[in-house]
Design a protein around this ligand. Structure first.
Ligand code: NAP
Length: 276
Protein backbone atom coordinates (compact mmCIF):
# COMPACT_ATOMS: atom_id res chain seq x y z
CA UNK A 1 0.00 0.00 0.00
CA UNK A 2 1.42 3.44 -0.87
CA UNK A 3 1.19 6.16 1.77
CA UNK A 4 1.52 9.87 1.00
CA UNK A 5 5.10 11.05 1.36
CA UNK A 6 3.97 13.74 3.83
CA UNK A 7 3.52 10.99 6.44
CA UNK A 8 7.32 10.62 6.50
CA UNK A 9 8.58 13.89 5.02
CA UNK A 10 6.86 16.99 6.34
CA UNK A 11 9.33 19.51 4.88
CA UNK A 12 11.72 19.50 1.92
CA UNK A 13 14.49 21.71 0.51
CA UNK A 14 15.01 21.39 -3.27
CA UNK A 15 17.78 23.24 -5.14
CA UNK A 16 17.19 24.31 -8.73
CA UNK A 17 13.39 24.16 -8.39
CA UNK A 18 12.65 26.75 -11.11
CA UNK A 19 12.64 24.37 -14.04
CA UNK A 20 13.32 20.85 -15.32
CA UNK A 21 13.82 18.00 -12.87
CA UNK A 22 13.90 20.26 -9.78
CA UNK A 23 10.53 21.79 -10.67
CA UNK A 24 9.07 18.32 -11.27
CA UNK A 25 10.44 17.11 -7.90
CA UNK A 26 8.96 20.17 -6.13
CA UNK A 27 5.59 19.68 -7.83
CA UNK A 28 5.52 15.99 -6.95
CA UNK A 29 6.33 16.78 -3.30
CA UNK A 30 3.68 19.53 -3.13
CA UNK A 31 1.11 17.12 -4.59
CA UNK A 32 2.07 14.67 -1.83
CA UNK A 33 1.34 17.31 0.83
CA UNK A 34 4.98 18.12 1.64
CA UNK A 35 5.90 21.77 2.43
CA UNK A 36 8.66 22.76 0.01
CA UNK A 37 11.48 25.33 0.08
CA UNK A 38 12.66 25.59 -3.53
CA UNK A 39 15.69 27.53 -4.78
CA UNK A 40 16.53 29.55 -7.87
CA UNK A 41 18.98 32.34 -8.57
CA UNK A 42 16.02 34.51 -9.57
CA UNK A 43 12.91 34.09 -7.37
CA UNK A 44 10.76 35.85 -10.01
CA UNK A 45 10.99 32.56 -11.90
CA UNK A 46 9.04 30.75 -9.18
CA UNK A 47 5.25 31.24 -9.09
CA UNK A 48 3.53 31.80 -5.71
CA UNK A 49 1.96 28.59 -4.44
CA UNK A 50 0.49 27.29 -1.22
CA UNK A 51 3.05 25.44 0.96
CA UNK A 52 5.87 26.60 -1.36
CA UNK A 53 8.66 28.97 -0.26
CA UNK A 54 10.91 30.54 -2.89
CA UNK A 55 14.56 30.82 -1.82
CA UNK A 56 17.18 32.87 -3.72
CA UNK A 57 20.37 30.80 -3.82
CA UNK A 58 23.50 30.95 -5.99
CA UNK A 59 25.58 27.81 -5.56
CA UNK A 60 28.74 29.49 -6.82
CA UNK A 61 29.30 31.00 -3.35
CA UNK A 62 29.52 28.13 -0.83
CA UNK A 63 29.52 30.15 2.41
CA UNK A 64 26.50 32.24 1.30
CA UNK A 65 24.66 29.13 0.04
CA UNK A 66 25.19 27.34 3.37
CA UNK A 67 23.96 30.37 5.31
CA UNK A 68 20.82 30.59 3.15
CA UNK A 69 20.21 26.86 3.62
CA UNK A 70 20.54 27.19 7.42
CA UNK A 71 18.18 30.18 7.47
CA UNK A 72 15.59 28.21 5.50
CA UNK A 73 16.08 25.22 7.83
CA UNK A 74 15.53 27.49 10.81
CA UNK A 75 12.31 28.85 9.25
CA UNK A 76 11.11 25.31 8.47
CA UNK A 77 11.99 23.97 11.94
CA UNK A 78 13.91 21.19 10.21
CA UNK A 79 14.15 19.55 6.78
CA UNK A 80 13.06 15.93 6.53
CA UNK A 81 14.22 15.83 2.92
CA UNK A 82 16.96 17.69 1.04
CA UNK A 83 17.29 17.30 -2.73
CA UNK A 84 20.50 18.72 -4.19
CA UNK A 85 19.45 19.04 -7.81
CA UNK A 86 20.82 22.35 -9.17
CA UNK A 87 23.41 22.05 -11.91
CA UNK A 88 24.34 22.97 -15.47
CA UNK A 89 26.20 21.54 -18.44
CA UNK A 90 29.31 22.93 -20.12
CA UNK A 91 30.32 21.54 -23.52
CA UNK A 92 33.85 22.08 -24.81
CA UNK A 93 37.22 20.47 -25.40
CA UNK A 94 38.94 20.25 -22.01
CA UNK A 95 42.26 21.77 -23.06
CA UNK A 96 40.80 24.42 -25.37
CA UNK A 97 38.35 25.87 -22.81
CA UNK A 98 39.38 28.43 -20.17
CA UNK A 99 39.93 26.57 -16.90
CA UNK A 100 37.71 29.13 -15.10
CA UNK A 101 34.69 27.46 -16.79
CA UNK A 102 35.61 24.06 -15.38
CA UNK A 103 36.47 25.51 -12.00
CA UNK A 104 33.02 27.11 -11.68
CA UNK A 105 31.34 23.82 -12.60
CA UNK A 106 33.39 21.94 -10.00
CA UNK A 107 32.54 24.59 -7.40
CA UNK A 108 28.78 24.63 -8.08
CA UNK A 109 28.15 20.95 -8.79
CA UNK A 110 30.68 19.19 -6.58
CA UNK A 111 32.26 21.37 -3.85
CA UNK A 112 29.21 23.39 -2.86
CA UNK A 113 26.78 20.52 -3.44
CA UNK A 114 28.94 18.54 -0.98
CA UNK A 115 28.83 21.54 1.35
CA UNK A 116 25.00 21.60 1.35
CA UNK A 117 25.01 17.82 1.86
CA UNK A 118 27.27 18.36 4.88
CA UNK A 119 24.99 21.05 6.34
CA UNK A 120 21.87 18.95 5.68
CA UNK A 121 23.31 15.75 7.21
CA UNK A 122 24.37 17.53 10.40
CA UNK A 123 20.75 18.42 11.11
CA UNK A 124 19.37 15.04 10.03
CA UNK A 125 21.89 13.02 12.05
CA UNK A 126 21.18 15.14 15.14
CA UNK A 127 17.50 14.19 14.75
CA UNK A 128 18.15 10.60 13.58
CA UNK A 129 15.77 11.04 10.67
CA UNK A 130 15.70 12.45 7.17
CA UNK A 131 16.60 11.76 3.54
CA UNK A 132 19.38 13.31 1.49
CA UNK A 133 18.98 12.97 -2.28
CA UNK A 134 21.87 14.09 -4.47
CA UNK A 135 21.06 14.24 -8.17
CA UNK A 136 23.99 12.66 -9.99
CA UNK A 137 23.75 11.31 -13.56
CA UNK A 138 24.27 8.26 -15.71
CA UNK A 139 27.12 10.45 -17.10
CA UNK A 140 29.07 9.58 -13.94
CA UNK A 141 29.35 6.01 -15.27
CA UNK A 142 29.11 6.67 -19.05
CA UNK A 143 31.24 9.77 -19.63
CA UNK A 144 29.93 12.07 -22.36
CA UNK A 145 32.57 13.39 -24.78
CA UNK A 146 33.48 17.08 -24.43
CA UNK A 147 31.80 17.34 -21.02
CA UNK A 148 34.82 16.22 -19.00
CA UNK A 149 34.11 18.20 -15.85
CA UNK A 150 30.36 17.53 -15.91
CA UNK A 151 31.18 13.79 -15.93
CA UNK A 152 33.76 14.37 -13.17
CA UNK A 153 31.32 16.19 -10.89
CA UNK A 154 28.71 13.45 -11.31
CA UNK A 155 31.17 10.59 -10.73
CA UNK A 156 32.43 12.48 -7.66
CA UNK A 157 28.94 13.11 -6.36
CA UNK A 158 28.00 9.44 -6.76
CA UNK A 159 31.17 8.48 -4.85
CA UNK A 160 30.18 10.92 -2.10
CA UNK A 161 26.68 9.47 -1.99
CA UNK A 162 27.95 5.92 -1.77
CA UNK A 163 30.41 6.88 0.99
CA UNK A 164 27.64 8.57 2.97
CA UNK A 165 25.39 5.50 2.68
CA UNK A 166 27.91 3.62 4.85
CA UNK A 167 28.05 6.45 7.37
CA UNK A 168 24.29 6.85 7.83
CA UNK A 169 23.58 3.12 8.12
CA UNK A 170 21.55 2.43 11.24
CA UNK A 171 20.97 6.12 12.05
CA UNK A 172 17.45 6.59 10.68
CA UNK A 173 18.83 8.83 7.91
CA UNK A 174 18.95 7.66 4.29
CA UNK A 175 21.03 8.79 1.27
CA UNK A 176 19.79 8.34 -2.29
CA UNK A 177 22.15 8.55 -5.25
CA UNK A 178 19.73 9.51 -8.04
CA UNK A 179 21.21 8.94 -11.51
CA UNK A 180 18.97 10.20 -14.31
CA UNK A 181 19.56 9.40 -17.97
CA UNK A 182 18.54 12.02 -20.53
CA UNK A 183 15.39 13.99 -19.77
CA UNK A 184 13.65 16.67 -21.82
CA UNK A 185 14.35 19.70 -19.59
CA UNK A 186 15.76 23.23 -19.98
CA UNK A 187 19.18 21.65 -19.46
CA UNK A 188 19.80 21.65 -23.21
CA UNK A 189 19.03 25.39 -23.31
CA UNK A 190 21.17 26.12 -20.26
CA UNK A 191 24.24 24.14 -21.40
CA UNK A 192 27.16 26.53 -21.86
CA UNK A 193 29.24 26.40 -25.03
CA UNK A 194 32.35 28.35 -24.02
CA UNK A 195 34.80 29.83 -26.53
CA UNK A 196 37.34 27.33 -27.82
CA UNK A 197 40.87 28.67 -28.22
CA UNK A 198 43.37 26.98 -30.49
CA UNK A 199 41.20 23.93 -31.25
CA UNK A 200 42.30 22.32 -34.55
CA UNK A 201 39.72 21.84 -37.32
CA UNK A 202 39.60 18.08 -36.69
CA UNK A 203 38.62 18.69 -33.04
CA UNK A 204 35.97 21.20 -34.09
CA UNK A 205 34.32 18.69 -36.42
CA UNK A 206 34.47 15.86 -33.83
CA UNK A 207 32.87 18.24 -31.34
CA UNK A 208 30.13 19.18 -33.80
CA UNK A 209 29.25 15.50 -34.32
CA UNK A 210 29.25 14.77 -30.57
CA UNK A 211 27.17 17.89 -29.89
CA UNK A 212 24.50 16.87 -32.44
CA UNK A 213 24.20 13.41 -30.81
CA UNK A 214 24.08 14.91 -27.30
CA UNK A 215 21.35 17.43 -28.26
CA UNK A 216 19.33 14.71 -30.00
CA UNK A 217 19.54 12.52 -26.86
CA UNK A 218 18.28 15.36 -24.66
CA UNK A 219 15.35 16.20 -26.96
CA UNK A 220 14.16 12.61 -27.18
CA UNK A 221 14.27 11.92 -23.43
CA UNK A 222 11.19 11.41 -21.25
CA UNK A 223 9.46 14.34 -19.50
CA UNK A 224 10.73 15.32 -16.01
CA UNK A 225 7.54 14.00 -14.32
CA UNK A 226 8.88 10.49 -15.07
CA UNK A 227 11.97 11.15 -12.90
CA UNK A 228 9.77 12.64 -10.18
CA UNK A 229 7.71 9.42 -10.12
CA UNK A 230 10.94 7.41 -9.71
CA UNK A 231 12.02 9.66 -6.84
CA UNK A 232 8.61 9.30 -5.22
CA UNK A 233 8.90 5.49 -5.27
CA UNK A 234 12.45 5.63 -3.89
CA UNK A 235 11.36 7.88 -1.02
CA UNK A 236 8.42 5.61 -0.33
CA UNK A 237 10.79 2.61 -0.04
CA UNK A 238 12.66 4.67 2.57
CA UNK A 239 16.06 2.99 2.01
CA UNK A 240 19.49 4.30 1.04
CA UNK A 241 20.59 3.27 -2.45
CA UNK A 242 21.52 4.05 -6.04
CA UNK A 243 18.47 4.79 -8.17
CA UNK A 244 18.81 5.04 -11.94
CA UNK A 245 15.96 6.58 -13.92
CA UNK A 246 15.28 7.24 -17.60
CA UNK A 247 14.82 5.27 -20.80
CA UNK A 248 15.13 1.50 -20.40
CA UNK A 249 18.36 1.42 -22.42
CA UNK A 250 20.11 4.11 -20.35
CA UNK A 251 18.74 3.29 -16.92
CA UNK A 252 18.70 -0.52 -17.04
CA UNK A 253 20.30 -2.20 -20.06
CA UNK A 254 23.53 -0.18 -20.52
CA UNK A 255 24.56 -0.23 -16.82
CA UNK A 256 23.77 -3.98 -16.69
CA UNK A 257 25.90 -4.76 -19.77
CA UNK A 258 28.71 -2.42 -18.61
CA UNK A 259 28.97 -4.36 -15.36
CA UNK A 260 29.92 -7.53 -17.21
CA UNK A 261 31.81 -6.23 -20.26
CA UNK A 262 35.37 -4.85 -20.45
CA UNK A 263 35.75 -1.07 -20.04
CA UNK A 264 37.42 -0.86 -23.44
CA UNK A 265 34.26 -2.21 -25.08
CA UNK A 266 32.18 0.39 -23.27
CA UNK A 267 34.46 3.15 -24.59
CA UNK A 268 34.40 1.79 -28.14
CA UNK A 269 30.59 1.76 -28.11
CA UNK A 270 30.49 5.34 -26.74
CA UNK A 271 32.97 6.49 -29.44
CA UNK A 272 30.85 4.98 -32.20
CA UNK A 273 27.65 6.39 -30.70
CA UNK A 274 29.06 9.94 -30.52
CA UNK A 275 30.67 9.72 -33.98
CA UNK A 276 34.25 10.12 -32.71
N1 NAP B 1 18.16 16.77 -17.99
C1 NAP B 1 18.85 15.68 -17.99
O1 NAP B 1 18.81 14.94 -18.97
C2 NAP B 1 19.70 15.28 -16.81
C3 NAP B 1 20.28 14.01 -16.81
C4 NAP B 1 21.07 13.62 -15.73
C5 NAP B 1 21.25 14.49 -14.67
N2 NAP B 1 20.68 15.73 -14.70
C6 NAP B 1 20.93 16.61 -13.55
O2 NAP B 1 19.70 17.03 -13.03
C7 NAP B 1 19.85 18.30 -12.43
C8 NAP B 1 18.78 19.24 -12.98
O3 NAP B 1 18.96 19.35 -14.37
P1 NAP B 1 17.80 19.85 -15.35
O4 NAP B 1 17.92 19.03 -16.58
O5 NAP B 1 16.51 19.94 -14.66
O6 NAP B 1 18.40 21.31 -15.70
P2 NAP B 1 17.69 22.73 -15.90
O7 NAP B 1 16.33 22.56 -16.45
O8 NAP B 1 18.70 23.55 -16.68
O9 NAP B 1 17.58 23.30 -14.40
C9 NAP B 1 18.74 23.56 -13.67
C10 NAP B 1 18.38 24.16 -12.33
O10 NAP B 1 19.60 24.38 -11.62
C11 NAP B 1 19.66 25.72 -11.17
N3 NAP B 1 21.03 26.24 -11.23
C12 NAP B 1 21.88 26.20 -12.27
N4 NAP B 1 23.04 26.79 -11.96
C13 NAP B 1 22.93 27.21 -10.67
C14 NAP B 1 23.79 27.90 -9.78
N5 NAP B 1 25.01 28.32 -10.14
N6 NAP B 1 23.34 28.16 -8.53
C15 NAP B 1 22.10 27.80 -8.15
N7 NAP B 1 21.22 27.15 -8.95
C16 NAP B 1 21.64 26.87 -10.20
C17 NAP B 1 18.74 26.50 -12.10
O11 NAP B 1 18.20 27.58 -11.35
P3 NAP B 1 17.99 29.08 -11.92
O12 NAP B 1 16.50 29.32 -11.78
O13 NAP B 1 18.79 29.91 -11.00
O14 NAP B 1 18.46 29.12 -13.35
C18 NAP B 1 17.66 25.48 -12.44
O15 NAP B 1 16.62 25.54 -11.52
C19 NAP B 1 21.29 18.76 -12.72
O16 NAP B 1 22.11 18.48 -11.62
C20 NAP B 1 21.67 17.89 -13.91
O17 NAP B 1 23.06 17.71 -13.99
C21 NAP B 1 19.92 16.15 -15.75
Amino acid sequence: MSHSLAARYRTAFVTGASTGLGLAFAEMLLAEGVEVWGTTRDPKRLPARARFHAVALELGDGAAAEEIFLEAEHAAGSFDLVVNNAGFGAFGAFAHTEFAVWEEQLRVMLVNTARLSHAALRGMLARNRGALVNVSSIAGEFAMPYQAIYNTTKAGLSALNESLMYEVKGTGVIVIDLRPGDYRTDFEGSVRYPAQTGAPAATASRMARARAVFEGMMRSGPAPAHAAATLRRALQRGRSGTVRTGRFFQAVLAPFLARFGPLKLKRTIQEKYFGL
